[in-house]
Ligand binder design. Structure first.
Ligand code: FES
Length: 214
C-alpha cells in the first residue's frame, strides 16, 4: 500500500521508468514526496528509497544536501526574503523584519496557524527586482511592505493557488514526462507562467506608484 496519493505514486513510477538507473530519479521523486506531505516525512523517504532501490539513509543524505528539501514540517507557504548584498542595499533586512511582523514569526520559524514559514535567503538570482521575495520558490516580486501585505492576504484567501502551488511542486516534475511532452505543451506552460509573472510585476509597480503619489 503506497503512502503517496495515487496520482503522485503514478508520476513517481513514470519518472523512475525514464532513467536507466532507478536512483537517478531520486531528486524529482523527493519533490513529489514533499508535495505529498508538505515536507519529507519518514514514510515519504521510505517510499522514495523503495522506488529508487536505495535505503532511507541514502535518500535522507541526498535530501539534506539541498535547501529546497525540508526534513521537518514547514508551513504551506515557505516565504524566502533575500538579504544578500543587492537586496540588502535595497532594503532586504527591512523587508525581512516587516515579513516577520506581518506573519507573526521570526526567520527560521512557522506562523502559529501553520500557514507560513519564513526564511532568510541568500541570493535568489533576481537581484534586479530587489529586495527579492519568493514563495514556495516562485518569484513574487513584491518589493514594498504594502505589496508584501497584499501578497500575504492573497495567499491566505487562496487567490494565488494557481501561481503558487503547494510546496514541493515543480513544473518540470509535474509535466507529462520528457519524451512524451510536445514542444507546444512546454511552450504553453511557459507562456502561462510568464503571463502570471508579468501581471504580478505590473500589480507591484502600480502599488508602488500609488504609494509614491500619496
Ligand atoms: S542579492 Fe537578492 S536576489 Fe541577488
Amino acid at each position: 500500500m503506497s503512502h503517496f496519493r495515487a496520482d503522485i505514486r503514478q508520476r513517481c513510477e513514470e519518472l523512475v521508468a525514464l532513467y536507466p538507473r532507478k536512483r537517478s530519479a531520486m531528486l524529482p521523486l523527493l519533490h513529489l514526496a514533499q508535495e505529498n506531505d508538505g515536507y519529507l516525512s519518514e514514510e515519504g523517504i521510505a517510499e522514495v528509497a523503495a522506488l529508487t532501490g536505495t535505503t532511507p539513509a541514502d535518500v535522507r543524505g541526498t535530501a539534506a544536501f539541498y535547501d529546497m528539501f525540508h526534513l521537518e514540517p514547514v508551513g504551506k507557504y515557505v516565504v524566502g526574503v533575500c538579504t544578500n548584498i543587492a537586496c540588502l542595499l535595497a532594503g532586504g533586512e527591512e523587508m525581512l523584519e516587516h515579513a516577520a511582523a506581518t506573519l507573526g514569526c521570526a526567520p527560521g520559524s512557522t506562523s502559529a496557524d501553520g500557514l507560513f514559514t519564513l526564511e532568510e535567503s541568500e541570493c535568489l538570482a533576481d537581484c534586479n527586482i530587489a529586495p527579492c521575495v519568493q514563495v514556495n520558490h516562485r518569484y513574487v516580486r513584491t518589493t514594498t511592505p504594502e505589496a508584501f501585505d497584499q501578497l500575504v492576504d492573497d495567499l491566505r484567501e487562496g487567490r494565488l493557488d494557481h501561481d503558487v502551488p503547494s510546496h514541493g511542486t515543480l513544473i518540470r516534475v509535474k509535466r507529462q514526462g520528457g519524451l512524451r511532452v510536445s514542444a507546444e505543451d512546454i511552450a504553453a506552460e511557459r507562456s502561462v507562467a510568464i503571463a502570471a509573472r508579468s501581471a504580478r510585476a505590473e500589480a507591484a509597480a502600480a502599488a508602488a506608484a500609488a504609494q509614491g503619489s500619496t
